[in-house]
Design a protein around this ligand. Structure first.
Ligand SMILES: [Zn+2]
Length: 197
């Protein structure tokens, strides 16, 4: 899906790398508020979130993950990143097939079917687990001009929309698991996090 109405600069080179909050930061547990101002500041926030997402790297990033309790997330399920050595002998990354998407004030409806997909999260780095999601979903959302759109999503796009939308409701994917798995993986993550501090 393309966003023909949005102009993206060079998202890899341009932008600010924002701090990503990790579990259990309080902002990740809040219900985010709607975006009401469709101004330059919002556009800059979206572009910086995309820049941050590409460099993390991740395929989705929701505003609460960078400390803003707003109903907004960015996504790209198509891009490729390859590690290369440049002319100066430095290790760097080459990006291709970018397909940036921005979803503001999204509303998910019409879940159909089920799909198990192994998920990870930039706010729970190093933890991956299968989560049961709807196979297809409809999303109504706004772009950064405030224009309304509707999209029907399947497979990875559907799963990703559900994962990111959960962040707006204060839910990280660990909470979609059985209590046993949730407790096990939460403990594992917190232990890892302590070790890396
Ligand atoms: Zn996430």
């Amino acid at each position: 899906m393309k966003h023909p109405q949005l102009e993206f600069p060079d998202l890899i080179k341009t932008g600010e790398k924002l701090k990503i909050f990790t579990y259990p930061a309080p902002v990740l547990k809040q219900i985010a508020g709607p975006v009401t101002a469709f101004d330059e500041e919002l556009k800059t926030l979206c572009l910086n979130m995309l820049h941050t997402m590409y460099h993390a790297p991740g395929i989705g990033l929701a505003a609460p993950q960078i400390g803003k309790s707003l109903r907004l997330f960015v996504m790209d399920i198509d891009f490729e990143r390859e590690e290369i050595t440049n002319a100066r002998g430095e290790e760097t990354y080459e990006y291709s097939a970018l397909n940036p998407m921005v979803f503001i004030n999204p509303i998910l409806t019409n879940p159909v079917g089920t799909k198990n997909y192994e998920e990870g999260c930039l706010s729970v780095p190093g933890i991956y687990e299968e989560v049961k999601r709807a196979e297809s979903i409809t999303v109504n959302y706004q772009d950064w001009f405030g224009n309304h759109h509707q999209l029907e999503a399947n497979d990875l796009l559907s799963v990703c929309l559900q994962h990111e939308n959960d962040h707006l409701d204060g839910i990280v994917f660990l909470e979609r698991l059985s209590l046993l798995k949730k407790n096990l993986l939460t403990k594992k993550f917190l232990k890892q996090k302590k070790r890396n501090e």
